[in-house]
Design a binder for this molecule. Structure first.
Ligand SMILES: Cc1cc2nc3c(=O)[nH]c(=O)nc-3n(C[C@H](O)[C@H](O)[C@H](O)COP(=O)(O)OP(=O)(O)OC[C@H]3O[C@@H](n4cnc5c(N)ncnc54)[C@H](O)[C@@H]3O)c2cc1C
Length: 436
């Protein structure tokens, strides 16, 4: 298997690595290279450095994307870990099954979804991705180990949300969820301010629910946005139009304050006061940004950060204050989401907690870094946490304080990987393999 020295980046394009990548295509080749342990990476949809290994080796899993078995009666599928969520949805929705949890991009691989224990727009009732994983097969040097919620259960738990530190996830068995076709009935409603927004999200009984928030609106309009609720529905729609791509880095002014404010105002008014209903293909609903390839170039050469936190339900005033700071900074981009989360989480280092999660993108500028540092402190004080899949800036002590099971996880990660061969730029930056 050949190794190629490459410069590669996280999705935010702020952090990059120079290192050797191998892209095995066959299980035998993967087992061979995994004998000398190094981290596995997926489609690098994590924004920061979770999938980077500077000056070291990493296994790009994206060609390991076969479906190894499927039981049409139970919806249990066995896959190689490099298959993407979008591919799974595409293949199985017409057969009446979809992944039980889907993040906002179909390009995330199953390995990446397990290693970040991702959540979807149904987290409030379906929990996290790892809660629908029935087993994983891990490669740890010469060893091939299967872990399930009952067999090697500590290893299983340390692997869900374990940012790849327990070994290369070669295969996984997943429980899919039934669906009647590949369409969604979607309802959109406007919320004029923060209180209305929260009330609508709290009151929603829809299976899938998420709020787009105008993170530039201030004063009485702070927190205004559009609540999107959706249910799986019967039917099949024609295949979507081919994706477009962003051909080059956008100039700095493309996401300047006045342009973002004007865009957000128009996006808000797009939905009439009485609301709007539509039928969408599942990929248009779940992965709206995937239609534009390389949209991360819209932020220009310097890239961008996503700040995503979650705070407990009794800390909504703190979250409102954070949104106020963001709105007054004039730094936010149109991509901003507010969502109610349930308690579901599958591993020690899983992000979700019962509460509200806020995610906002910022072009990478020095003042955005300062703002994010302030938001990190406020999140910690509110008893919340930051999401490692999105992070490029946090500090180790803050993350350790936010993840109370971190110490237990380091012991299990050390048992699986005593030499820290699976360490990445992220685990080194945040000193995550160290309990203290
Ligand atoms: C547009 C967009 C929308 C998103 N929406 C959501 C969302 O709604 N909810 C959410 O939770 N996340 C969301 N994300 C984040 C994304 O789902 C996660 O970052 C996910 O981990 C990406 O998968 P990946 O295959 O690209 O993994 P990578 O980013 O390549 O890797 C992530 C981590 O997984 C490890 N890893 C990957 N594959 C393996 C393997 N086979 N074995 C062992 N370790 C492995 C890597 O070492 C790394 O630590 C979004 C990202 C984008 C770009």
């Amino acid at each position: 298997m050949s190794w190629k020295t490459t410069e590669y980046t996280g999705w935010g394009r702020v952090l990059s690595a120079n290192g050797q990548l191998a892209r095995p295509e066959r299980a035998r080749a993967l087992s061979e290279i995994a004998k000398t342990p190094c981290p596995a990476i997926g489609n690098r949809r994590s924004y920061g450095d979770a999938a980077l290994n500077s000056d070291g080796k990493a296994i790009d899993m994206t060609r390991m994307n076969r479906i190894l078995g499927f039981d049409a009666g139970t919806g249990v599928v066995t896959v190689e870990a490099g298959i993407t969520i979008g591919e799974l949805a595409h293949v199985f929705a017409p057969k009446g099954w979809i992944p039980a949890v889907m993040p906002g991009t179909g390009f995330a691989t199953v390995g990446g979804c397990i290693a970040q224990d991702v959540h979807g727009k149904n987290h409030h009732n379906a929990g996290s991705f790892g809660q629908h994983v029935l087993s994983v097969t891990l490669l740890q040097g010469d060893k091939r180990t299967t872990a399930t919620p009952t067999k090697n259960k500590d290893l299983f738990r340390a692997t869900m949300g374990g940012i790849g530190q327990t070994g290369v996830i070669a295969e996984a068995k997943l429980q899919l969820k039934p669906c009647a076709g590949d369409v969604m009935m979607v309802t959109e409603q406007r919320a004029d301010n923060w209180d209305q927004h929260i009330n609508l999200l709290d009151a929603s009984t829809a299976e899938y629910c998420v709020g787009w928030i105008d993170a530039t609106a201030t004063g009485g309009a702070l927190g205004r946005g559009v609540i999107e609720e959706a249910e799986l529905a019967k039917g099949l729609l024609p295949t979507a139009k081919p994706s477009k791509s962003v051909p080059m880095n956008a100039p700095n002014w493309a996401l300047s304050g006045p342009i973002v404010r004007a865009f957000n105002a128009a996006y808000f008014r797009r939905v009439p006061g009485s609301g709007k209903s539509s039928v969408k293909r599942i990929d248009d609903f779940f992965f709206p940004l995937d239609k534009i390839h390389d949209w991360n170039r819209l932020y220009g050469k310097r890239g961008f950060h996503q700040f995503q936190n979650v705070v407990p339900l009794d800390q909504m005033d703190a979250l409102r204050e954070m949104l106020g700071l963001i709105a007054r900074s004039g730094l936010a981009s149109p991509l901003a989401v507010l969502k109610r989360m349930g308690p579901g989480r599958a591993g020690h280092m899983s992000f979700p907690m019962e509460g509200y999660t806020l995610a906002v993108d910022f072009p990478a500028r020095d003042n955005a870094k300062d703002l994010i540092a302030r938001l990190e402190d406020m999140t910690k004080d509110a008893g919340g946490r930051l999401y490692l899949a999105k992070d490029a800036l946090a500090t180790g002590p803050a993350i350790k304080a936010m993840y109370p099971e971190h110490g237990d996880w380091t012991k299990l990660a050390d048992k699986a990987d005593p030499d820290h061969a699976f360490a990445t730029d992220m685990t080194r930056r945040l000193d995550l393999r160290n309990a203290i």
